[in-house]
Design a protein around this ligand. Structure first.
Ligand code: GAR
Length: 220
């Protein structure tokens, strides 16, 4: 059973999906601690409701990123986490932090990386006119949203979408793929080979495809 540390800054719907997946046995693991840099993040309420320990580490209280990250890493080590998951955590981590948990930090991003890294990416996808977007779970490296990709899910984008509509469509899938990525990690099935993540025991589906707008014989 793995011990998971979850870093949050906001509503915590991904945290909820992870806690639910641990409770249902989908993930052979437990959320050992939830750490927020925002004291009134709703994610903290969700954690307390599930009797999961919470810690607030406010970035404003530290003189620089290094000392903030040092405090975060110290807390995660105190709770003996095997895996650090960023779930709507809106801070970029320092190389020193990454070195403390090598190959053991994951993030979820609301776009199909490497398209649309960074912030406000749902609106950017709509404005660009892409036909598909989605979400990506990846290992964290020193870049912003550049680490090796573990799992992605795709949703259609429509020209008249609002940011909220696309967000809802993407979030529903985030809640499916983040627990799945963590499950694969807990099962020791993720092998990082350079930029690529090989999933042990993966079944290929060479016939799978999506088209938007649909063509005959293709339903989304
Ligand atoms: C999610 O959509 C996640 O992909 C995004 O923040 C949201 C958090 O929602 N993360 C990022 O944009 C990271 N750069 P949640 O707090 O309800 O899980």
């Amino acid at each position: 059973m793995i011990r998971i540390g979850v870093l949050v800054s906001g509503s915590g719907s991904n945290l909820q999906a992870i806690m639910d997946a641990c409770a249902s046995g989908l993930i052979d693991g437990t959320v050992a601690v939830v750490i927020s840099n925002v004291p009134d993040a709703y994610a903290l309420v969700r954690a307390r409701k599930m009797s999961v320990p919470t810690v607030v580490v406010q970035h404003e209280a530290y003189p620089d990123r290094e000392s903030f990250d040092e405090a975060l890493a110290g807390k995660l080590e105190e709770y003996q986490v095997d895996l650090v998951t960023l779930a709507g955590f809106m801070r970029v981590l320092t190389p020193a932090f990454l070195r403390r948990f090598p190959g053991r930090i994951m993030n979820i991003h609301p776009a199909l990386l490497p398209s649309f890294p960074g912030l406000h990416v749902r609106q950017k996808a709509i404005d660009y006119g892409v036909r598909f977007s989605g979400c990506t779970v990846h290992f964290v490296d020193e870049g912003v949203d550049t680490g090796p990709i573990i799992i992605q899910a795709v949703v259609p984008v429509y020209p008249d979408d609002t940011e909220e509509e696309l967000n809802e469509r993407i979030l529903r899938l985030e809640h499916r793929i983040y627990p799945m990525a963590i499950r694969l990690f807990a099962e020791n099935r993720l092998v990082v080979e350079g930029r690529k993540v090989r999933v042990k025991g993966l079944e290929k589906d060479p016939a799978a495809f999506l088209v938007n707008p649909p063509i005959e014989g293709c339903t989304l």
